[in-house]
Ligand binder design. Structure first.
Ligand code: XIL
Length: 473
């Protein structure tokens, strides 16, 4: 659903209004073929900074000349990472000959726009020039150390954190080390500690991270990384952070994302979502975009709930240039801004997760003649989230809505989204936000909430919409 900030009678907080207006002005400018005026200096970065969090994006440096790209980048993010140009093949294509043109552009961009610069990546089994693969072990070790030392030294004082080793573990997810890494094959498990120690020697202050994918929830791979982090810390190897890439499939945010981030944080490292995108089958439609919004919201909520989670970075800025369609044919629309730079529902979900509150709407309730409710809980230990989708089956629109239902004694709502959710005893009431007060005839509205439970998490038996009992979907 596109965002319509200029519709009359839709109250929302001043901050969210500014955020949305800024980005929509931009989108409108793009649509008529000229770049939008520079939006106000607000956006997600302002909201994230209020939580002490970074909201980052992977910069495709060759797109910086596009003013629409540049405007969104400037206004929305407070952290930037090079999508490709700090990888080995870009900075050291020929042994011993370093090429800084593109990587410096990213560093300069970060400096001039006052963004944190995140370094990606010193060692990876991909994006390596051929010569690296031909070296015997002792020369490979020397080349690895030289590469790390040279790159880290160049950006000393400018890069806040480096992905020192990217994707050390196998794609098969069983927790084994990656067999298709030349470093792993020729140098053995110890190359990770060697790389970290080398990086620390080149910059005593930069944060040193391990980064991987498929580790967002607990499983063999994340357990293996957990064990590695634990043992590196125990043996005094410098390690400050773990990056969770989070290239996610629509509707598949792991239910234990938050607790998994927390267990790593409890080892004494910072954690961060480093490459978030949520891919869907193309074409995108309203249902998928709504699910994606819920997914983005969950990721941010998980990060905000973990004190040592430093922020969330998306892998790209606009669906126009995302890596997804090329690497996952038939999939795409994975980011918060669409191909025309318009903010998607995921954008609004993130803004709301970051506290851009939406006050209850003013229109008076009208009685519906029928409704259907889908209740989608997602439970872990003693916590849960639930998405509630309410369809208006009546022939006329509902203008202003209140949804009621009962939880059990052990269940408590802690916060809600897309509605004001309050609880009195076991009775829960959800009132519309300003921008979703109307449910068109046949239309659906979704809201959700987070809560705690005492060990069991039963779903409510019945829901009412403006006092009328709905069917369960
Ligand atoms: C991807 C880039 O987005 C593409 O442009 C490039 O062709 C291949 O690499 N995990 C990572 C990133 O750590 O570096 C990858 O970036 C995406 C997967």
């Amino acid at each position: 659903m596109p965002i319509h900030p200029h519709r009359p009678g839709r109250a929302r907080s001043a901050l969210l209004a500014t955020v949305l207006a800024a980005t929509t002005v931009l989108a409108a400018g793009v649509a008529v073929g000229r770049p939008g005026p520079a939006a106000a200096a607000t956006g997600l970065k302002t909201l994230a900074a209020a939580h002490g969090r970074d909201v980052g994006f992977a910069l495709a440096v060759d797109r910086l000349g596009e003013s629409a790209y540049r405007t969104v980048a400037d206004n929305e993010f407070n952290l930037v990472v090079a999508e490709n140009v700090m990888k080995w093949h870009s900075v050291e294509p020929v042994q011993g000959q370093f090429r800084w043109t593109d990587s410096d552009q990213v560093a300069d961009y970060a400096a001039t726009t006052d963004k944190k610069l995140y370094g990606h990546t010193l060692l990876w089994h991909q994006a390596l020039p051929d010569w690296v693969g031909t070296l015997p072990a002792d020369q490979l070790r020397a080349a690895m150390r030289h590469h790390i030392t040279t790159v880290v030294t160049r950006y000393r004082g400018r890069v806040a954190a480096w992905d020192v080793v990217n994707e050390a573990f196998s794609d098969n997810g069983d927790g084994s080390r990656r067999g298709d890494s030349v470093f792993q094959r020729k140098l053995g498990d110890g190359y990770v500690a060697d790389a970290l120690t080398t990086a620390r020697a080149a910059d005593p202050d930069v944060a040193l991270c391990l980064n991987d994918y498929g580790i967002e929830g607990r499983g063999a791979k994340s357990n293996a990384l957990y064990d590695l982090v634990k043992s590196l810390k125990a043996s005094g190897v410098p390690l400050d952070c773990v990056g969770f890439q989070a290239h996610l499939v629509l509707g598949q945010v792991p239910g234990d994302l938050q607790t998994n981030l927390q267990r790593f944080a409890d080892l004494g490292v910072d954690v961060r979502i480093t490459e978030l995108d949520v891919r869907m089958p193309l074409p995108a439609d309203a249902t998928r975009l709504a699910q994606q919004a819920a997914d983005y919201r969950r990721v941010w909520q998980a990060c905000l709930a973990v004190t040592r989670c430093r922020g969330v970075t998306t892998w790209g800025l606009t669906d126009r240039y995302s890596w997804i369609p090329e690497f996952f044919p038939g999939q795409g629309a994975a980011l918060m801004f669409d191909e025309n730079y318009a903010p998607k529902p995921a954008y609004r979900a993130v803004a709301e997760a970051l506290g851009a509150t939406t006050p209850p709407g003013t229109p008076g309730p009208t009685p519906p003649t029928g409704c259907t409710v889908d209740y989608l809980p997602n439970s872990w230990n003693t916590g849960f989230t639930a998405e509630v989708r309410v369809r208006n089956d009546a022939a006329t629109a509902v203008s202003g809505w209140t949804v009621g239902f009962a939880l059990t004694a052990g269940q408590r709502v802690t916060n809600g989204w897309n509605a004001t959710v309050t609880q009195t005893g076991t009775q829960v009431t959800a009132r519309n936000a300003g921008w979703n007060a109307t449910i068109p005839a046949g239309g659906t509205v979704g809201f959700g909430f987070q809560g705690t439970h005492g060990g069991t998490n039963p779903s409510p038996g019945a829901f009412t919409l403006n006092g009328v009992t709905c069917r369960n979907g």
